[in-house]
Design a protein around this ligand. Structure first.
Ligand code: PLP
Length: 401
């Protein structure tokens, strides 16, 4: 009997070690990792420079406290400011905590403007975490069910619909911010159109709202830029990062600029572990390696290569709705719920994920090589075609956004 709480439906495999894009289980079977711990192990496994930086830091100092100056935190904040164009960083330990900080900033901002019950616009199919506030911001009944009463102060609209946001602006004087994932990860790799962010920025400017971007999954180089917003040149007021930033050492960051700057004062917010020397050294090493090994360019090239490979091989397969994504955030939408493909891929030595019931999600490590990318396509294609041939009925799954 396990004493671990039953919060995950776990696959019957335990990994012992990893190297690059490969993992080995306890029986010595090798797996090609096309998921990277759900966009966490962006450098792949056991990257020698990362191991060396972390080992050195472990031998010096792991944790002090935010009661003291932390040189690594200052250095990481400077580095993040340089790559993001943002001004201030709050360090925590996960994506949901980074989003909690963003939501608290929005409320402080609202109160400073004299709004007593500030509200934040959030999106359908969004995922922002599993704390009480972030699950309330999340657009999934599955995530929320059983945890009512939800935190109030959220107004939900469809993703990629500027008209819906404008309508809220006309009718709701309590709104102080918009929180959005430019590429929804858990929601099914749903992508916003090119002008969406600019449109949101204009609406936010016109209404004095904060533009807040959840880059927990899309950030740290995964889409080919440090942040997904950098594809458009539009700047947010708040952004959040976590997952890939420290390559598996827990970290989260809430980045603020413009009107969101300077809102927190001592006592408003905090974290015991947030931004400790070990996590910051891991993040600094991650950023250095991504930059010096040109991993963002590789993410673009390999992402295009994988999408093109699937598009070519699945072009005539009935039941494949779309292959989409940006960089190494890749979704293959079927018209049929396909969770069982995860276990079949595992048997075939490939780690993948299915999200939103019918979207196969791939988030491989950024250094994935061409022959490994070829193997992802070669291993997964027959599984998809066989699965659809066996299971497809006249009952297609619901159309996603
Ligand atoms: N935001 C996004 C976009 C995510 O994808 C996730 C996790 O999947 C989170 C927030 C929550 O992050 P964490 O699990 O680190 O709390």
């Amino acid at each position: 009997m396990t004493h671990v709480m039953n919060t995950y439906k776990r696959l019957p495999v335990a990994f012992e070690r990893g190297e690059g894009c490969w993992l080995w289980d306890r029986e010595g079977k090798r797996y090609l990792d096309a998921l990277a711990g759900i966009a966490v192990c962006g450098l792949g496994h056991s990257h020698p420079r990362f191991v060396s930086a972390l080992t050195t830091q472990l031998g010096k100092l792991v944790h002090t406290s935010n009661l003291y100056q932390i040189r690594h935190q200052e250095e990481l904040a400077d580095r993040l400011a340089a790559i993001s164009g943002m001004d201030e960083m709050f360090f925590c330990n996960s994506g949901c905590e980074a989003n909690e900080a963003a939501l608290k900033l929005a409320r402080l901002y609202g109160h400073a403007r004299g709004i007593e019950t500030p509200a934040v616009i959030v999106m359908e199919k969004a995922f922002h975490g599993r704390t009480i506030a972030t699950l309330s911001a999340t657009g999934s009944r599955k995530v929320q069910a059983g945890f009512e009463p939800l935190v109030g102060g959220f107004v939900r609209v469809p993703l990629d619909d500027l008209g819906a946001v404008r309508k809220v602006a006309e009718n709701n004087r309590n709104v102080v911010a918009v929180l959005v994932e430019l590429i929804q990860g858990e929601g099914g790799i749903n992508i916003c159109h090119a002008g969406y962010l600019q449109g949101l920025r204009e609406i936010c400017n016109a209404n004095q709202w904060l533009l807040m971007l959840d880059e927990v999954q899309s950030g740290t180089g995964r889409t080919g830029k440090w942040f997904a917003y950098q594809h458009s040149g539009v700047m947010p007021d708040v952004a959040t990062l976590a997952k890939g930033l420290a390559s598996g050492v827990p970290i989260g960051v809430c980045l603020a600029a413009g009107a969101a700057k300077g809102l927190f004062k001592p006592g408003n917010h905090g974290s015991t572990f947030g931004g400790n020397p070990l996590a910051c050294a891991a993040a600094l090493a991650t950023l250095d390696i991504i930059e010096s090994e040109s991993l963002m360019a590789n993410a673009v090239a390999m992402g295009n290569f994988i999408r093109d490979g699937f598009r070519a091989r699945l072009a005539d397969v009935a039941g494949v709705r779309e292959v989409r994504g940006a960089g190494l955030m890749i979704g293959i939408e079927l018209d049929f719920p396909c969770d069982e493909l995860v276990g079949q891929a595992l048997d075939a030595g490939l780690l993948i994920n299915v999200t939103n019931d019918n979207v196969i999600r791939l988030l491989p490590p950024l250094p994935i090589k061409r022959d490994e990318a070829e193997q992802v396509v070669a291993l997964l294609t027959p599984l998809i075609t066989d699965f659809l041939a066996r299971n497809r009925t006249a009952q297609p799954a619901a159309q996603t956004a």
